[in-house]
Design a binder for this molecule. Structure first.
Ligand code: PLP
Length: 395
């Protein structure tokens, strides 16, 4: 009906695979089969009550109107204090802008920096929004691999070989979605050296930074000599189980913040104020809720990794962060998509095909363990049963 109506670049904006799998799972459930949901990337815990209370109190107190485009000064100060204490750096409130979720930080950063013809280095496998928005801006995503043999971390020599005179931005994401891998301090230092030599911006997506099990992830904000080239994406969705509140933030040089502030005023005007009061309560209130959630995720991680490795045809590394596992299913002879389809149809378990995160993700599937131990146990039993039908005797 609308042929040739939409500008060409809108074709670059793709959907998000987890939501597509969710729609398929819902259709199966509507016919009466219960599906275990291991596709969606959001904590299954309620938002902690003291945070909900602060949000509802703010609403009752009339915080339901427009406010400053860049965010409540009290929240920006709380973010700066919290970020500085956790990472031992010095970020000032004027280097922060509050956004409705972490995702808009990707969108605004890419639209602010990437000109048609520019290249952006992105992780493969990696979050699909990066490549969608790069294409929308007229740029070209160039992928660097996060390979299993390197614990799903980047290989600095590969990354170096991909840099050209057109490279404008490098995107990193640690802890990573979909693999759960964490970049080491040495990885970040090597990357910072390259980026500063070539004057390339780095967008560091640190949305999972508080969900880690062993080594604490290092923030790219700590890299010396990179302050004017670094953009940090972070937010409240994952750490405080606040996905629906839509609250995130960007930390960057003041001149980048100013451009993004103009993008905000011309798009969403501001982030809802009652949500921002909830954010202050999250940062300034007790942090046991984060520790308890991570302790629960750790139990599930250990359980799902052991369970998957016990199934013939699956090999699974133990991730250091986030709440995803990214097992290798190459021995099944199935593609990632065939495997994900097979698991939803034959094991009533919804997972995401690894290939939807990039070509290096082919041969893998992503399972989110943001679900109860009981449900994970059911899923593992179903997967094991279903895999028996594949007749993998020879492996
Ligand atoms: N970055 C990554 C890697 C993610 O997986 C997500 C959410 O799934 C986000 C950013 C955005 O989170 P939100 O917009 O809910 O803050």
């Amino acid at each position: 009906m609308y042929e040739n109506i939409f500008p060409e670049n809108t074709n670059a904006l793709k959907g998000e695979s987890a939501f597509e799998v969710l729609a398929k799972a819902k259709a199966i459930e509507a016919k009466g089969t219960k599906v275990v949901h291991l596709e969606i990337g959001e904590p299954d815990f309620p938002t902690p009550p003291h945070i909900v209370q602060a949000g509802t109190d703010a609403m009752k107190n009339g915080m339901t109107k427009y406010i400053q485009v860049d965010g409540l000064p009290e929240l920006k100060t709380a973010i700066a204090n919290n970020f500085n204490i956790r990472n031992n750096v010095e970020v000032r409130p004027e280097e922060i802008i509050v956004t409705p979720g972490g995702k808009p930080v990707m969108y605004y950063t890419i639209l602010a920096l990437v000109k048609p013809g520019d290249e952006v280095l992105c992780p493969d496998p990696g979050f699909s929004t990066y490549r969608s928005v790069i294409g929308y801006a007229g740029g070209t995503p160039v992928f660097y691999g996060l390979r299993e043999e390197n614990d799903f971390r980047l290989d600095i020599s590969e990354l170096k070989s991909l840099i050209t005179s057109k490279t404008k931005l490098i995107i990193i994401n640690s802890p990573n979605n979909p693999t759960g891998s964490i970049l080491t301090k040495a990885d970040l230092e090597a990357l910072a050296k390259l980026a500063s030599e070539h004057r390339i911006f780095v967008l560091s997506d640190e949305i999972y930074d508080q969900i880690y099990y062993d080594e604490k992830p290092v923030s790219f904000a700590t890299m010396p000599g990179m302050k004017d080239l670094t953009i940090i994406l972070n937010g409240f969705s994952k750490s405080y189980s606040m996905t629906g509140w839509r609250l995130g933030y960007m930390i960057a040089h003041k001149e980048i913040i100013d451009v993004v502030q103009r993008m905000m005023v011309n798009s969403v005007s501001c982030t809802p104020p009652f949500t921002q009061f909830a954010g202050i309560a999250a940062l300034e209130g007790p942090q046991d809720c984060v520790a308890e959630m991570v302790a629960e995720f750790r139990k599930r991680r250990d359980f799902i990794v052991a369970g998957l490795n016990a199934i013939k045809g699956i090999k699974c590394l133990t991730p250091g962060g986030a709440f995803y596992v990214f097992p290798n299913i190459k021995d099944t002879g199935l593609t990632s998509k065939e495997c994900a389809d097979f698991l939803i149809d034959s094991a009533a378990t919804a997972v995401v095909s690894g290939a939807t995160f990039g070509s290096v993700g082919e041969g893998y599937i992503r399972l989110s363990y943001a679900n109860s131990l009981e449900n994970i146990e059911i899923a593992l039993a179903h997967i094991e049963e279903a895999f028996k039908k594949l007749n993998l005797g020879g492996i």
